[in-house]
Design a protein around this ligand. Structure first.
Ligand code: ADP
Ligand code: MG
Length: 355
């Protein structure tokens, strides 16, 4: 004896495979929110309103005034790998919209109850449909009163995945993550109005009308203490070093020496995508650490534009950490510009440069 008899290999049913895969894309309400907001922005929305119940654990609803979905496309809305944004692999490289995988809504429908109400220009009424496991439910799409745009509701997240449901944090923790994601998109898209509210509360937590400037927008989001002391970190660069060339455009606002905070806020977009880049964050923090008293932490908003072909967007959906070409050189350049800007505004006596 010793070795036991092997067990038969069987194919898992596709809904099980998809549910497992979905749980890897969507961990918590804020992941779903990011996808929904990106879809609304892709649809050209100028106004995005988010409503939650229990921090998004029970309900996450995103209403937009974008171009809507054609009625005949509703059956495909939550189908895996169904998208209106690219048609062939080569399109990926030039893809400027957020979505490109046709994966987000499908994933949500495998781990939550998804419903959509939508109305496109020219339609006489809105249409509503509900979805389970990638498919539109049997009762089909129904006419309903509505306005132009799309509302997607995601309810009872992980109703069918106990382990994931148990891993969800408290309503207040999930809500603060949801809010943080929305605040960041609001920081970028000053041309779009955002609101975020808890269901049943009359006062919105976030309310930002269309803004004239980013400073004005940041004030609406983060309050006057942030907005009061922001410096521009704006430059275009075309560098030719020995081994490579790169093009880079930076549009940023960073706190100066009169800003007081115990924690770093580092908001980074690359080509309009919300991403993380640990080396860049560390580099910026080190500049501040050399200038600010120890306990003070900076506020940094930065939007980098790089040639599309230099940024790897074809990464796993949840991988927020981004990769781009010439990263080291770019980080170094931004760091030195930041240093110059902070030292130039150093007339204020609160700066104490350590040498
Ligand atoms: P992707 O964004 O990668 O295409 P999604 O699963 O996020 O995949 O969305 C699938 C499709 O549903 C999109 O390509 C788009 O056509 C449509 N869609 C989703 N959300 C919206 C929205 N808010 N407004 C208009 N169309 C939408
Ligand atoms: Mg999408």
């Amino acid at each position: 004896d010793g070795a036991s008899t092997p067990r038969a290999i069987g194919r898992l049913p596709s809904d099980v495979v998809n549910r497992v895969a979905a749980g890897e894309v969507i961990h918590r309400p804020s992941n779903a929110l990011k996808e929904l907001v990106e879809n609304s922005l892709d649809a050209g929305a100028k106004s995005i309103a988010v409503t939650t119940r229990e921090g998004g654990n029970k309900l996450l609803r995103v209403q937009d005034d974008g171009h809507g979905v054609r009625i005949e496309d509703l059956p495909l809305l939550c189908e895996r790998h169904a998208t209106s944004k690219i048609e062939k692999f080569e399109d990926l490289a030039r893809c400027e919209s957020f979505g490109f995988r046709g994966e987000a809504l499908a994933s949500m429908s495998y781990v939550a109850h998804v419903s959509a109400t939508t109305m496109a220009a020219g339609a006489t009424h809105a249409t509503r449909a509900t979805y389970t496991d990638g498919k539109m439910d049997a009762e089909g799409a129904k006419p309903i009163a509505g306005v132009l745009g799309t509302t997607i509701s995601v309810e009872n997240l992980f109703y069918n995945v106990v382990t994931r449901r148990k891993a969800l944090k408290s309503a207040s923790e999930e809500y603060s993550k949801v809010l943080e994601v929305l605040q960041r998109y609001a920081a970028l898209r000053t041309d779009v109005a955002f609101t975020c509210r808890k269901h049943g509360e009359s006062r919105a937590t976030l309310h930002t009308p269309v803004a004239q400037s980013r400073v004005e927008r940041l004030q609406a989001i983060y309050g006057p203490t942030v907005a009061r002391d922001l410096k521009k970190l704006d430059f275009d660069s075309e560098l030719s070093k020995k081994k490579f060339d790169f093009k880079l455009q930076v549009d940023g606002l960073v706190s100066g020496g009169n800003y007081h905070s115990k924690k770093t806020t580092f908001i980074l977009f690359i080509n309009s995508r919300l991403v993380e880049c640990a080396p860049l964050k560390r580099a910026c923090e080190s500049v501040y650490a050399a200038i600010l008293p120890k306990a003070e932490k900076p506020f940094v908003f930065m939007h980098l534009r790089l040639p599309f072909e230099d940024v790897d967007v074809n990464v796993h959906p949840t991988k927020q950490e981004v990769h781009f070409l010439h990263q080291e050189a770019i980080v170094e350049l931004i760091q030195s510009k930041l240093e110059k800007i902070l030292l130039a505004t150093n007339s204020s006596r609160t700066f104490t440069v350590q040498t």
